[in-house]
Design a protein around this ligand. Structure first.
Ligand code: SF4
Length: 260
């Protein structure tokens, strides 16, 4: 015998309400903000491509060897500064073979203004010697070969592989890529190795080279370290960085939108 106060139709309508509530919960869950959502990342890449279609490496170079040296010299300084010293350096020592023959001290005065010149001189002369002894005078085209050279870590190797050999084996993580990838929530890490791994997971391999070039350009022109020019930024609607200077969207940690 059924309970006298519950008609069968009531069970049906309660079951219907439960199903509807579940559907609503599911749809709320599925529209939850995900900074790594494929569509969002694709939109970021599309905007970068539209805004910076032809950006290239800003270090002046005519061959792989020059790019390698310039990239080693660019640590802790600007590309503009490096471009000021490399013409005289390459004039005096045009090849790896020429540089391999001298002692680092001979090179120091030529690169002094780039900072950390003792180490940098040691590294470029050491790299020259290894390129000559192990690679027949040619810059190796593999990540493994490049990483075996003194002063070359993944960032430098990725610059040479991507910009000269057109091989996207990783993502260049310099100070701009580090800062902006965090602002765009494509990574939460502060460690360049982890950042590169995070980016390689969410960005299609075909875009690894372009992404770094475009972000580096964006970092110099608009998304600068202090006081980013968010009002001019084409990515602004997709960005929820806490240090935005202007916003049309609410930040995800409680800040209100500042509609301008
Ligand atoms: S909105 Fe601002 S913080 Fe975000 S990417 Fe653009 S310039 Fe950088």
């Amino acid at each position: 015998m059924g309970h006298p106060s519950f008609a069968p139709s009531m069970f049906v309508s309660i079951a219907g309400m439960v199903t509807t509530a579940k559907k609503v919960a599911k749809s709320v869950k599925s529209t939850k903000y995900d900074p790594l959502a494929k569509e969002r990342v694709a939109e970021i890449l599309e905007i970068l491509q539209r805004t910076y279609p032809d950006v290239r490496c800003a270090l002046h170079h005519e061959n792989a060897w020059q790019l390698l040296v310039a990239t080693i010299l660019s640590a802790q300084t600007t590309d503009v500064r490096v471009n000021m010293v490399t013409p005289a350096l390459f004039k005096k020592y045009p090849t790896a073979k020429a540089l391999a023959k001298v002692e680092p001290e001979a090179v120091e005065p030529l690169i002094m203004s780039t900072g950390f010149y003792h180490n940098k001189a040691k590294n470029i002369v050491g790299a020259a010697r290894r390129v000559v002894e192990e690679f027949g005078g040619e810059v190796p085209e593999t990540m493994e070969g490049l990483l075996s050279l003194p002063g070359v870590a993944r960032k430098t190797a990725n610059v040479v592989l991507g910009s000269w050999f057109g091989r996207g084996e990783g993502v260049v993580v310099d100070t701009h890529v580090h800062r902006i990838s965090r602002r765009l929530e494509l990574t939460k890490s502060d460690d360049p190795k982890r950042i590169e791994q995070d980016l390689m997971k969410v960005i299609p391999q075909a875009k690894w080279i372009d992404y770094s070039h475009q972000i580096i350009h964006h970092g110099r022109a608009i998304c600068v370290a202090r006081g980013p020019k968010c009002v001019e930024c084409p990515l602004e609607k997709l960005c929820h960085a806490e240090d935005k200077t202007w916003s049309t969207v609410a930040q995800h940690k409680g800040a209100k939108a500042i509609k301008g």
